[in-house]
Write a protein that binds this ligand. Structure first.
Ligand code: PNS
Length: 170
């Protein structure tokens, strides 16, 4: 009985440049399966990020400040090492469409090769977020498109700040 009560923790890794409502949806779905979800920003992730890691962490912390069971952190190096060091049980990733599958499959198998004790769990994003990605959000925002309702409010504000600065030459 005691063993059944062991707390299960998942690490939800990513670039989160920036966090979208699709990511939030995966965190909330993850919390229905796990006792805790660590949202972990990869420090050596995307090559040309719009936001610094610190800015991304700040937006994530604001987004999940009232969500019990969520911790926001960052990691360097191999994901499986971070997962093992945190004593977590699984890697959580979201799947939107078939196009995500090949990359996710490759990464999950590589991670399993690197550490066979860590499982990757995929959850399907809610249908309303199926078309949303950080890249498409950045592209829309860059050309003045409205992103409200697709990203947390704090992200909307930061995107506006970023692109109004760059268009005014600051
Ligand atoms: O949001 P993303 O960019 O799709 O996330 C990719 C991420 C950060 C999860 C992935 O690149 C990663 O895990 N990077 C850390 C290095 C690593 O362990 N890579 C996978 C095995 S080689």
């Amino acid at each position: 009985m005691g063993a059944l009560k062991k707390k299960k923790i998942a690490v939800y890794p990513g670039s989160f440049d920036p966090v979208t409502n699709g990511h939030c949806d995966i965190v909330w779905r993850g919390l229905r399966l796990f006792d805790g979800v660590i949202v972990a920003v990869a420090r050596n992730g995307s090559k040309n990020p719009l936001f610094t890691v610190e800015e991304r962490l700040e937006m994530l912390r604001e987004t999940f400040k009232d969500t019990p069971g969520v911790e926001v952190d960052s990691f360097d190096g191999l994901l499986v090492n971070y997962v093992a060091n945190r004593g977590a049980d699984a890697i959580l990733r979201g799947l939107r469409a078939v196009s995500d599958f090949e990359y996710e499959f490759q990464m999950a198998l590589m991670n399993r090769k690197l550490n066979k004790n860590i499982q990757t769990v995929f959850l399907m994003t809610g249908l309303r977020w199926i078309f949303i990605s950080s890249s498409i959000i950045k592209e829309a925002a860059q050309f003045g498109g409205q992103t409200r309702g697709m990203v947390p409010d704090i992200v909307c504000e930061k995107l506006q700040e970023k692109f109004s600065k760059s268009s005014s030459g600051v």
